[in-house]
Design a protein around this ligand. Structure first.
Ligand code: 8YV
Length: 329
């Protein structure tokens, strides 16, 4: 009967760059020797490259997986993202090094759709701005309260760019929760969504011209970098709100700032930014008609726990060859 020490020698080694709940660590330890970054701050690139020299699996999120890292980890077989987005993967390099890449789809769809609607409601009804207004003691008796008027969400038109699973969850809330007309633009038609939510497929320009709320939900790829820029903002109505819950770089942020400053659009709700954390002097942070949150799309305990368990299952399946995995290529 081999000792635990011998068993650990036999087990594949994995490295986690983010905190792991106890039940997930227990699950992983059954199959792997688990090593983890225990520093207070985000792990530095230098330390990471040092620590993963002999590991077989990497459990992470947002870390750039490129040739440099892969050269440094010759035994690496799998990188498991605790996120549905995988723009941090250099897929060609991973293929070259025969390293599997996995993500965490499905488990966050509803949570991200909730946050999307929170940004729609908060920007249209000026929740963040008026919360500050009240807390700063500016609420005084007035004859006419037009000062605090917002715009209606119910019965308006939503335009969803990127009708994937999260897009459909947003469409469902829009149709059945807010009696909104649903327009969508996507690489391919979604007959089911058209059926279920009376979602109207239209070309990008038509969606941009007709929508009261434009929701960007495309993954970040070389094709979608700066997908929304000067030309697209110029097509939008002056009463339109722009909502970004995808990635900061799918938008030309400078063009968005100009569109807001020139009142080409009415406001925005942003979960993601070109640079994260966003720079303290970013003009967006000074605009009362822009609601900003720190990339919290999937940030509920229940959903993040589900994401990290799914990522753990992916890494074990990839290393043991047993069970399904959410491979991204
Ligand atoms: C992640 C996300 O939490 O899943 C994604 O693609 O953007 C979020 O759910 C984020 O990537 C963490 O860095």
């Amino acid at each position: 009967m081999s000792s635990e020490w011998e068993e650990n020698i036999l087990k594949p080694k994995i490295y986690a760059t983010l905190p792991i709940p106890t039940d997930v660590e227990k699950f992983l330890s059954e199959y792997c020797e688990v090593r983890k970054w225990i520093g207070e701050d985000r792990i530095s690139r230098e330390t990471l490259l040092q620590d993963i020299k002999d590991v077989n699996g990497l459990l992470t999120s947002g870390i750039r997986i490129d040739d440099d890292l892969l050269e440094n980890a010759p035994n690496l077989k799998v990188v498991s993202n605790v996120s549905v987005g995988f723009n941090n993967f250099n897929i060609e390099a991973m293929k070259q090094h025969n390293v599997i890449g996995t993500n965490t789809p499905y488990v966050l769809d509803e949570t991200v759709a909730d946050l999307t609607f929170a940004l729609i409601l908060a920007s249209a009804r000026r929740i963040a701005e008026l919360d500050r207004f009240v807390k700063d003691g500016n609420w005084n008796p007035t004859k006419d309260d037009q000062l605090v008027f917002g715009l209606d969400v119910h019965s308006s038109t939503i335009g969803i760019i990127g009708m994937g699973r999260i897009g459909e969850a947003v469409a469902r809330r829009a149709k059945f929760g807010f009696n909104m007309d649903v327009l969508y633009y996507n690489r391919n038609r979604k007959p089911e969504a058209e059926e279920k939510y009376e979602a109207e497929y239209c070309n990008l320009d038509s969606l941009l011209e007709r929508s009261d709320f434009i929701v960007l939900l495309t993954p970040l790829t070389p094709e979608t970098e700066h997908f929304i820029g000067e030309r697209e903002f110029a097509l939008m109505k002056k009463s339109t709100f722009f909502i970004n819950v995808s990635r900061g770089k799918t938008v030309d942020e400078a063009a968005m700032i100009r569109a807001l400053e020139n009142k080409e659009i009415y406001g925005a709700g942003l979960d993601v930014f070109q640079k994260e954390p966003v720079e303290k002097d970013n003009p967006l942070l000074k605009m009362p008609n822009v609601v900003t949150v720190p990339h919290i799309g999937s940030a509920t305990k229940k959903t993040r726990d589900a994401m990290i368990m799914r990522a753990a299952q992916n890494i074990v399946s990839a290393l043991t060859g047993k069970g399904a995995i959410d491979s991204v290529y």
